[in-house]
Design a protein around this ligand. Sequence first.
Ligand code: MLT
Length: 402
Amino acid sequence: PMFKLNENYLQLNQSYLFSKITKKVDDFINTNPDAEIIRLGIGDVTRPLPATVINNMHKAVEEMAVKETFRGYGPEQGYGFLREKIAEIDFKKRGINIDADEIFVSDGSKSDTGNIGDILGDSNTIGITNPVYPVYLDTTIMRIGKTEQIKLLVCNEENNFLPEIPTEPIDVVYLCYPNNPTGTVMNRKELKRWVDWALSNDSLILYDAAYEAFVNDTEVPRSIFEIADAEKCAIEFRSYSKNAGFTGLRCSYTIVPKALKAKVQGGECVSMNMLWGRRQSTKFNGTPYIVQRAAEAIYSSEGQKEVNDLVSYYMNNARAIRNGLLAKGMTVYGGDNAPYIWLKCPNGIDSWTFFDELLNKCHIVGTPGVGFGSAGEGYFRLTAFNSHEKTEEAVSRMNTNL
Ligand code: MLT
């Protein structure tokens, strides 16, 4: 008999959304070689890495060249020097009690949100918003197939693109705030309702906070652990990609609180922190030493300032796009506490038609809302991660040509 493949993969969309867009744009460039394309599609940053990050990384590279300071395998969970700074500056300083041994350094939130299913049972019902960052849905399908267990939580204009608390039983829910793709945020009260729901239903929240640095509003929590007792029902994912420019360098971390326990058959309670540690030490040999030194630099006072400057730079772009579209009378979400702007396609056209229109008339690349799920049909996402100059140029082209 022939070997078998994981047939769940056959239930996925043919290609990952951003690969499909790249292909479409390449085709356009082939036939329009002189068009000056402005990319507001994939959320990839454009500013170089901060100077302190580069300096620390240089030092680490030199250490690797000398016998006495060379490093081989590091701790799978990440070096203490980084985990301790994360605990201190990202959490304790903001009044949140997270310890270094609850932090797992990794190479990106895509990896961790995609892999977390390894420690979850296959019989869970999984809540996934629609629209959604495709990784949560695709990796769930890879693992359990496109089954009835996947419950889509529709986000639309009626609920301001924020999911409602489920009325049917859901064991695990992925939430991402500030949201990719809609740019919407949950305030403290709204997030507390989710935490209370999870606690009273013995459910788990997988909270992707990759965009927390972009929050301006003090009513909007930057971590789910700002909400009382969330450490008993949530895992949080954090990334250096968007705030510190690490999309190419790769570094992130995940918080699995020690208070987070799951009951197994027989009633015994098992620590999810222990289980994720077991998973990581088996399948992952850690983020490179030099990259962790690069991330460490972010926590120096100079590094913190540089990161704040990067975030402000991109948020100025977000404001420019948001205001430009609003001035054209368009319906717009996000862009005030998030680097994504979610717009309603004009004149009732669908997402891919608007994609083509924007590419043909303005030479701008964006992301069709429907690529994030059926509820995104008729919507479109623009990112704030290009340069000021190109963003201003894009706003002016949309103003004139749309
Ligand atoms: C996006 O455009 O949605 C992001 O770049 C995806 C990611 O961070 O993986």
